[in-house]
Design a protein around this ligand. Structure first.
Ligand code: GTP
Length: 206
């Protein structure tokens, strides 16, 4: 791959079981694993996806962090160099929505740059009959915290690609996060997915 492909670092955080790993797998491999094949993330997992924005290819390095406290080590290093943070909750679990306050505090503790783009994502909208957090509640919280907001389902795929596209577009449009002179913002296209070892070459923000 050409060396001048810009790299963006994105981070998935939120309580255990909200579907962070499933969202990442859906986005990079367009797959959803059945419940019996899913295991809790230990520490951090890391995937790479290429995305085209107006003829420019970007390399997305997406870090999937463990939701369980006992598996969270080296927290500050997850955040180092991140340009985008996705805070995930499960629309069928009030507890995971309430926990966003704690995750928000963690972001603000470890991300020194105020410009890091944050997005709140309500996952599992396919479980409509078990929903306990309304769309409006999610949207209101996002407005209060001044973040982006998307509802989606890793299971059905709905909203997943749009979430990543919106986040990346906002990062590219934020000059302080971005070294390029121009900041194009349309015609997004995901081109490929792969799994890579931990190596972060992003131009940094926090
Ligand atoms: N119905 C439904 N189930 C989902 C969805 N996304 C994830 N799940 C299920 O939720 C459970 C937890 O998913 P994970 O992706 O492992 O959750 P996680 O947030 O990465 O969990 P940790 O690694 O412990 O932090 C699994 O049984 C998934 O199959 C979704 O969109 N809809």
């Amino acid at each position: 791959m050409a060396q001048d492909v810009p790299t963006l670092k994105l981070l998935l955080i939120g309580n255990s079981n909200v579907g962070k790993s499933s969202l990442l797998l859906r986005f990079t491999d367009d797959t959803f694993l059945p419940q019996e094949e899913v295991s809790a993330t230990i520490g951090v997992d890391f995937k790479v996806n290429m995305m085209d924005v107006d003829g420019q290819t970007y390399k997305l390095t997406i870090w999937d962090t463990a939701g369980q406290e006992r598996f969270r080590t080296l927290t500050s290093s997850y955040y180092r160099g991140a340009q985008g943070v996705i805070l995930v909750y499960d629309v069928s679990s009030r507890e995971t929505f309430d926990a966003l306050n704690t995750w928000w505090n963690e972001v603000n503790t470890y991300c020194s740059s105020l410009d890091v783009v944050k997005m709140i994502v309500g996952n599992k909208v396919d479980k409509e009959s078990s929903r306990v957090v309304t769309y409006q509640e999610g949207a209101d919280l996002a407005r209060r915290l001044q973040t982006l907001f998307v509802e989606c389902s890793a299971k059905t795929k709905i909203g997943v690609e749009e979430a990543f596209e919106e986040l990346v577009t906002k990062i590219i449009e934020t000059p302080t996060l971005w070294q390029k002179k121009s900041a194009p913002s349309s015609s997004l296209r995901v081109t490929s997915g792969s799994h890579e070892s931990m190596d972060n070459g992003s131009s940094c923000a926090c």
